[in-house]
Design a binder for this molecule. Structure first.
Ligand code: GLY
Length: 316
């Protein structure tokens, strides 16, 4: 039995889906409206780029960089802090037609980890660069530095004062969600007018993680993935997602089952059998224009736009 909520649609290309993280999303009406408006506007801008002929990879990078800059979500400027109060950010990007991926882990310096992930993909011979190496690469390519986010620092200090520091965050996810975190991670998947898929994911990780902890978001096949048939961006507790390589599991199941809905539910079933509910979510898009948004948390900020809609679909 599936523990999650599933939404499915089908449309003509171009299509873009974004998420702002699976989580508790216990927010008041004003905040909900602000987040919904932000995602709606972002989808409209991204769709215009796709309609003008931009490639999927450019548009997912654009969408995720805006989500990183917003400060609303757990990525880029809004990144959660580790146990020492430092942001260590992960991100990954992938082009489906050529199956090229780039990713960064534990990056402390850069304002937009997704832009750095793209540099790893296009300007180096590597797929994943972490820590100081990632920071040096960002400086080498002149990428902007992340500013300190005072409101995030305050949340960190408040949480310390409230002594909610969990011995093991997985078991305390609901408490952390309620006290400091709205959701987890941002991501985008797109299908461009040429029929190419791309995926991008970015995150500050999990609040109060140990320094050096790396989640699923920069691991190809776990937190992000794209091939010729499917693109996926995941969100949730990284340790659960990476243990079953969630996005690649969905892609392979789709190859064999030829049914994107079943492939998604089967892959989440495996994750949920191991780790239970309140753990993860994902947005998934096929080259046939099938759209799936799945989450087993209370909510997931999400939305998509395509030629079959007069305005974007957005929900939390
Ligand atoms: N899904 C983000 C993380 O666990 O780091």
């Amino acid at each position: 039995m599936s523990l999650g909520h599933v939404e499915r649609f089908k449309s003509e290309r171009p299509i873009i889906i974004v998420h702002g993280g699976a989580g508790a999303w216990d927010v008041d009406e004003d905040t909900r409206r602000r987040i919904t408006d932000f995602i709606e506007k972002l989808l409209v801008e991204s769709y215009e780029l796709l309609m003008k002929g931009s490639e999927a990879v450019d548009v997912v990078e654009y969408a995720v960089s805006k989500l990183e800059d917003s400060g609303i979500f757990n990525a880029g400027y809004g990144s959660s802090l580790n146990i020492k109060g430092v942001a260590e950010m992960d991100a990954g990007i992938m082009i489906g037609s050529v199956m090229k991926a780039g990713a960064v882990a534990m990056s402390r310096y850069v304002k937009n980890p997704i832009k750095l992930a793209r540099i790893v993909m296009e300007k180096t011979d590597h797929v994943l660069i972490g820590g100081e190496g990632a920071d040096e690469l960002a400086k080498l390519f002149g990428l902007e530095k992340r500013e300190i986010n005072e409101s995030i620092n305050r949340r960190y200090k408040d949480a310390l004062n409230k002594k909610i520091l969990p011995p093991y965050y997985r078991k305390n996810l609901e408490i952390i969600d309620r006290v400091i975190s709205l959701g987890d991670t941002v991501g985008a998947v797109a299908l461009d007018i040429y029929g190419t898929l791309a995926s991008a994911t970015s995150t500050g990780g999990i609040w109060f993680k140990l320094p050096g902890r790396i989640g699923d978001s920069p691991i190809p096949g776990a937190g992000f993935y794209a091939d010729r048939n499917v693109a996926c961006s995941a969100t949730g507790v990284g340790e659960t997602i990476m243990t079953i390589s969630l996005c690649r599991s969905i892609a392979l199941s789709y190859r064999y089952l030829n049914d994107l809905y079943k492939a998604t539910v089967e892959s989440f079933r495996e994750l949920e059998e191991l780790f239970g509910g309140n753990t993860a979510g994902a947005i998934i898009l096929s080259s046939l224009g099938e759209i799936i948004m799945y989450y087993n948390t209370k909510g997931m900020a999400r939305g998509f736009i395509s030629s079959s809609l007069s305005k974007p679909y957005v929900n939390i």
